[in-house]
Design a protein around this ligand. Structure first.
Ligand code: IMP
Length: 498
């Protein structure tokens, strides 16, 4: 195993090379009206010139755990940069490499590929000790192949936030058993609260010990209610130490991405969590504290909306949720148990069993409208293989007799009272090895016809083409369908290759 220091040294060398190269392509300086000069964004990429995709956004379309890691890893093979733009150690992106399974928490999946830069971006809350351990583990296994870059604007998730998170969720549940959120206890809520309250510490502060100590003392003044905090001096030296080891990786990431866009390099924004856990548009208060929507990923990376080419919504062929909150299509009976067992539905971060249920097209339509999906990736279709019929929810029946098709009720308790109306679609055969081999060889045309019908139905109902299908955990078990044709990106039918 190479020590982490080697990776850092190599990275320092790569960085100085990149900086010197960047200097030779430096943006022109333009005179401002006031006469001073400032470097401005070098050149906007011109959409009219070519059809090359520059910026792709991957967004979870359900309650998280849709196998976004697997789809992001698949798309990362064609990217130069992969960027995580929100969340922190609450995420657990599982990727099944030939060398064995990997779960990434705070690193972007690009770090697993040679020639790809994995960016932990400005919108994240990063627990630096855990991040270093994650890197060391990948190094130990020889899997840290790409370059790691950490935004100096990302906030530091501190041990105090972890303690506070557990304490807050216990307090909620003690006051009212229905109010506990079942957070991952990784400190996300308190870290984002401190960011918004302007008490936070950022990764860029770790290299400035005096300022760091000052910021921590100020922050501690707000935490007198939190038990068992580590002394501030101890925390300061721990952060300075880890900060000095991570320092070569910490830098402003947004200019790096703007320059990459100008050079027409491909950037993938790897979503974490999911649209329905968005702090504003999810099932509040049963949500996370970031914005895992397409818009949130732009805020969290510094990439302007005008640069986005594709927004890929990722949904399982069924649905799961971990933690508390409304879940209209949850199946608490035997069939739900079947999904949990066959789908291996346990949280990658917490190990908690996931609640399981059926595909909810109301939520998918809502997600499509909210995020502007240009295509969908439907994952884990193999888990449903062998079922005679597969229910999908096409609308909700509300207690007042009204029906809901694509707008979620704002109040979580109203959503909890929604009755799903199901359509039963014919199931497809089991995904035995022979079928997987055929799909590998022949592509989407080898998918069973009833499964194609299922995917077509999703497209008919959401008006978003299904473009990727995941049929197993392995890295190779994703198949791409033909991209939508014609001038508009949104098609009403799935464009099959076969
Ligand atoms: P927090 O993000 O740890 O504050 O948790 C808030 C809610 O979001 C809880 O219900 C968690 O189970 C859920 N959650 C957070 N991150 C993920 C994830 O990566 N996958 C699935 N659920 C998540």
């Amino acid at each position: 195993m190479r020590p982490l220091g080697d990776h850092l040294r190599e990275d320092r060398a790569a960085r100085s090379l990149a900086l010197s190269r960047a200097a030779t392509r430096r943006a022109p300086h333009y005179a401002t009206p006031a006469g001073s000069t400032r470097a401005i964004y070098p050149e906007r990429s011109d959409r009219r010139e070519g059809n090359t995709t520059t910026v792709r956004v991957v967004v979870g379309a359900q309650f998280g755990d849709e196998a976004k890691g697997k789809i992001s890893d698949y798309l990362a093979s064609g990217a130069r940069y992969v960027v995580r733009s929100g969340g922190g150690p609450n995420a657990g992106h599982s990727i099944h490499l030939p060398e064995g399974p990997v779960v990434l928490h705070q690193l972007a999946c690009g770090v697993l590929r040679h020639g790809v830069v994995g960016v932990s971006g400005p919108g994240m809350v990063v627990q630096p000790m855990k991040l270093e351990a994650e890197m060391q583990e990948l190094e130990r296994r020889g899997l840290l192949r790409g370059q790691v870059v950490l935004s100096d604007r990302a906030h530091v998730l501190l041990p105090v936030h972890e303690i506070e998170d557990a304490w807050e969720d216990e307090l909620r549940a003690k006051k009212n058993p229905q109010a506990g959120l079942g957070t991952t206890k990784s400190g996300i809520g308190p870290a984002y609260s401190d960011r918004s309250g302007r008490w936070g510490v950022r990764l860029g502060d770790l290299a400035r010990p005096a300022q760091l100590r000052e910021r921590l003392e100020l922050l501690y003044a707000t935490k007198t209610h939190v038990p068992n905090l580590p002394p501030v001096e101890e925390l300061t030296s721990q952060l300075v130490e880890v900060g000095s080891r991570l320092d070569p990786l910490i830098r402003p990431t947004e200019p790096m991405l703007w320059d990459a866009i100008a050079r027409r390099e491909t950037i993938l924004l790897e979503g974490a969590q999911s649209a329905l856990l968005d702090v504003d548009f999810g099932t509040y208060p049963f949500v996370t504290s970031s914005h895992p929507t397409s818009a949130g990923q732009l805020v969290g990376s510094g990439i302007p909306p005008t640069e986005v080419d594709e927004v890929i919504g990722v949904a399982k062929a069924y649905c799961t949720r971990v933690g508390a909150g409304p879940f209209p299509t949850e199946d608490t009976g035997e069939r739900g148990e079947y999904l949990r067992r066959v789908g291996g539905e346990r949280g990658a971060t917490t190990g908690r069993p996931r609640r399981c249920g059926w595909l909810d097209l109301v939520m998918l339509r809502y997600g499509a409208r909210l995020n502007g999906f240009t295509s969908l990736a439907i994952t884990k279709v193999d888990v449903l293989g062998g079922l005679e019929e597969v229910p999908v929810c096409t609308q909700y029946l509300m207690p007042d007799g009204s029906t809901v098709r694509d707008v979620l009720p704002t109040q979580a308790d109203e959503l909890a009272r929604a009755q799903p109306v199901y359509e039963n679609l014919p199931g497809w055969p089991e995904f035995h090895q022979r079928l997987k081999d055929r799909v590998q060889k022949e592509g989407a045309s080898a998918l069973p016809s009833t499964l194609r019908r299922y995917l077509d139905r999703i497209t008919e109902e959401t008006r978003v083409p299904v473009q990727y299908v995941g049929y197993g955990a392995d890295r190779s078990e994703t198949v791409a369908l033909a991209p939508p044709t014609g001038p508009g990106r949104r098609a009403s039918m799935t464009p099959w290759t076969g």
